[in-house]
Design a protein around this ligand. Structure first.
Ligand code: AVJ
Length: 329
């Protein structure tokens, strides 16, 4: 198994790959902005700056999910991982992989930290992360994959089993239920009998607490939200004025989800090369993210639709956040 993919050939090959990615992005943006409720996929928050803004969000006093999940992992993994016998960790949407270290530490403690496959859309974050892990975990093979998990799961041809597929942070909440089930189905499709799926979900609770997490007093989430327009300007040559849009986040109780929107402050027209001009009325919004909140039953339903069952479930004392282990049903 090779641990480095950056051969000269691979580097030359990136140009057409980038062109294809941008064509796909343009198509998605065109579809989203021509819908009655304008909408853009949340994966476009995460360029270098967007990833840094998200890291800043995770340190805000109002944003409880990250620190709650980290505490759950720290207390549970040293017990769970040896019982599962995990030899490979595949992480969907790895980001900075800070929490993955809690799983890798448990694998190392059990003497079986063999392979780590972080999958993310952000190439820069991924290569920084991989370099740090290779330094800190000698003997661990790190095979990062730049991929959009909403479309594909690319895995190394040979993986030491059992493997653990981890989808942390509550990011599954960004997917509409049908898309979440498709994603779980893709994971289920590559699972061997002893493999397990570990997912972090933000739990349904007092709305005020949830809304505060997406409306922080420093305005970091507002900057994170507007960053998507900067990404479109940079990647597609669009001419959004980020300051002509304001941040709005609210809890939608029937569908159990946070919605984040960007609100146009005035009538305006935006140009994206290759598309018809896009009109915004004052007060019109772009939905940039949904973040679905769960309970044990809603997770069991998603799992069942993908032929998984909840094998184990842990929450914190306040029932803010949960970790669920899924096994093939
Ligand atoms: C990274 C998707 C888990 O939904 O809470 C944070 C992203 N958006 N603040 C979430 C986010 C606004 C976050 N996830």
């Amino acid at each position: 198994m090779r641990s480095h993919r950056t051969t000269a050939a691979a580097r030359i090959d990136r140009r057409p790959a980038v062109a294809v990615a941008n064509a796909r992005m343009l198509a998605e943006v065109a579809a989203g902005l021509s819908a009655p409720q304008k909408e853009l996929p949340p994966k476009y928050f995460y360029d270098q700056r967007g990833s840094e803004l998200f890291e800043a969000i995770t340190r805000l006093p109002e944003y409880y999910p990250t620190r709650t999940e980290r505490a759950l992992l720290a207390s549970w993994m040293p017990d769970l991982i040896p019982r599962l016998g995990t030899r490979s960790l595949v992480e969907l949407g790895a980001g900075s992989a800070e929490k993955s270290r809690l799983i890798l530490d448990a694998m190392r403690g059990a003497g079986q930290a063999e392979l780590y496959v972080p999958i993310d859309v952000s190439a820069t974050f991924l290569s920084l992360t991989a370099a740090g892990l290779r330094r800190d975990y000698p003997g661990l093979v790190v095979e990062p994959a730049i991929a959009d998990i909403s479309e594909e799961l690319c895995l190394p041809r040979r993986m030491p089993r059992p493997a653990l597929y981890a989808f942390l942070g509550g990011t599954i909440g960004n997917f509409y239920p049908a898309a979440a089930i498709r994603l779980l189905g893709r994971v289920r499709g590559v699972m061997a009998p002893g493999d397990r799926f570990l997912v972090g979900v933000d739990l349904r609770k007092d709305w005020g607490r949830i809304e505060a997490a997406y409306n922080d007093s420093l305005g970091v989430t507002a900057e994170f939200n507007r960053n998507m327009l900067r990404v479109l300007n940079h990647e597609l040559g669009a001419d959004f004025d980020p300051m002509a849009f304001t941040h709005r986040a609210f809890y939608e109780p029937v569908l159990h989800r946070i919605e984040m929107h960007l609100v146009s402050t005035r009538d305006q027209q935006v140009t994206i090369p290759g598309l018809d001009p896009i009109d915004f009325a004052a007060g019109e919004t772009i939905r940039t993210e949904i973040s679905c909140k769960h309970d044990r039953q809603s997770v069991a339903q998603l799992f069942a639709a993908a032929r998984l069952r909840i094998e184990a479930w842990r929450t914190d004392a306040e029932s803010l956040f949960a970790l669920a282990v899924g096994a093939p049903a």
